[in-house]
Design a protein around this ligand. Structure first.
Ligand SMILES: NC(=O)c1ccc[n+]([C@@H]2O[C@H](COP(=O)([O-])OP(=O)(O)OC[C@H]3O[C@@H](n4cnc5c(N)ncnc54)[C@H](O)[C@@H]3O)[C@@H](O)[C@H]2O)c1
Length: 283
């Protein structure tokens, strides 16, 4: 049997900003204690102040999720000092965009280190400890990039697809241990994600910024929808309606959908169409 979300102690990576901060605040409002893990100490302390102002409690821990020793250290710290952790949120993430062959290998390594290995290290350290305590829940923050493979953003798509696949596998493996797994696949919403974005062409930066500027749902609402899905022990959560529509399309008609993308790009129309769709808030 898979578990329903229970407990009141959560550890959230990347909680200094954006979705991580919104999740921390929403959980704090429900009485959860939150472990705020990030490389950005100033942002993490600001999240802690907001959590405390919301009537909650928390603790900041500096850690780089791409470093396995740091992840082990915060897992040990929270399990020992709190006497257990009920929820791990693997949320820290970055964006690298560009054309394959032009994207620097060090940028591939950078994004895989955080988006994939960071999540894997979290799972590696928390799963045995959760098995020992007899329950838990893991929320992995993937992306709409795991449901539709848009061009010029392959490093992001591939890391997020790996996270989605890992989460699907874990949901089955962990079922006998009363550990639930949820994978969130939000489409674009405005956060600080693009401030450290790596890219090879100005188009990628301006397209991504345009999707952020035209996103209708904001991170607090994304967080609320994710928490509601975890409470129902859902494996997948795609918070925005546009995301559900894209996912349905890509799953039911993948051959036709990718053929349409290829044709549009062959006639050099994909970038202008992409700009238009981003301005309409459709990504
Ligand atoms: N904003 C979107 O449109 C969107 C859409 C889909 C998925 N996501 C995912 O949501 C998650 C949160 O992103 P966000 O949009 O809130 O961005 P954000 O930049 O506001 O927050 C990301 C946080 O991760 C932290 N971080 C980065 N590298 C780290 C590292 N090595 N170790 C520890 N912390 C690190 C940053 O300091 C930051 O506080 C990411 O995984 C992102 O891929 C975002």
């Amino acid at each position: 049997m898979r578990s329903k979300l229970r407990g009141d102690k959560a550890v959230i990576t990347g909680a200094a900003s954006g979705l991580g901060r919104s999740l921390a605040l929403a959980l704090a409002e429900e009485g959860w204690r939150v472990g705020i893990v990030d490389i950005d100490d100033a942002g993490a302390n600001e999240t802690l102040s907001l959590v405390e102002r919301a009537g909650g409690a928390g603790e900041v821990m500096h850690a780089d999720v791409s470093d396995p020793e740091s992840v082990k250290a915060f897992a040990e710290h929270f399990f020992e000092s709190w006497g257990g952790v009920d929820l791990l949120v693997n949320n820290a993430g970055v964006v690298s965009a560009g054309t394959v062959g032009e994207i620097r290998l060090e940028d591939w390594q950078w994004i895989f280190g955080i988006n994939f290995w960071g999540m894997l290290y979290g799972c590696h350290e928390f799963i045995p400890r959760m098995k020992e305590q007899g329950w838990g829940h893991i929320l992995n923050v993937s992306s709409g990039g795991a449901t539709i493979s848009l061009p010029w953003i392959a490093p992001y798509n591939t890391t997020k697809s790996a996270v989605k696949s890992l989460s699907e596998t874990l949901s089955i493996e962990l079922a006998p241990h009363r550990i639930g797994v949820t994978v969130a696949c939000p489409y674009f919403f405005k956060t600080n994600l693009l401030s450290d974005m790596r890219y090879t062409d100005e188009y990628e930066r301006s397209w991504a910024n345009s999707t952020f500027d035209h996103a209708r749902m904001q991170s607090d609402e994304v967080a609320r929808k994710i928490i509601a899905a975890m409470k129902r022990n859902k494996l997948y959560v795609i918070p925005q309606l546009k995301g559900k529509v894209w996912w349905f399309l890509m799953r039911t008609t993948p051959e036709t959908s990718y053929m349409m993308f290829r044709l549009t790009n062959r006639f050099r129309l994909l970038k202008p169409v992409g700009n238009l769709l981003s301005r309409w808030g459709l990504f």
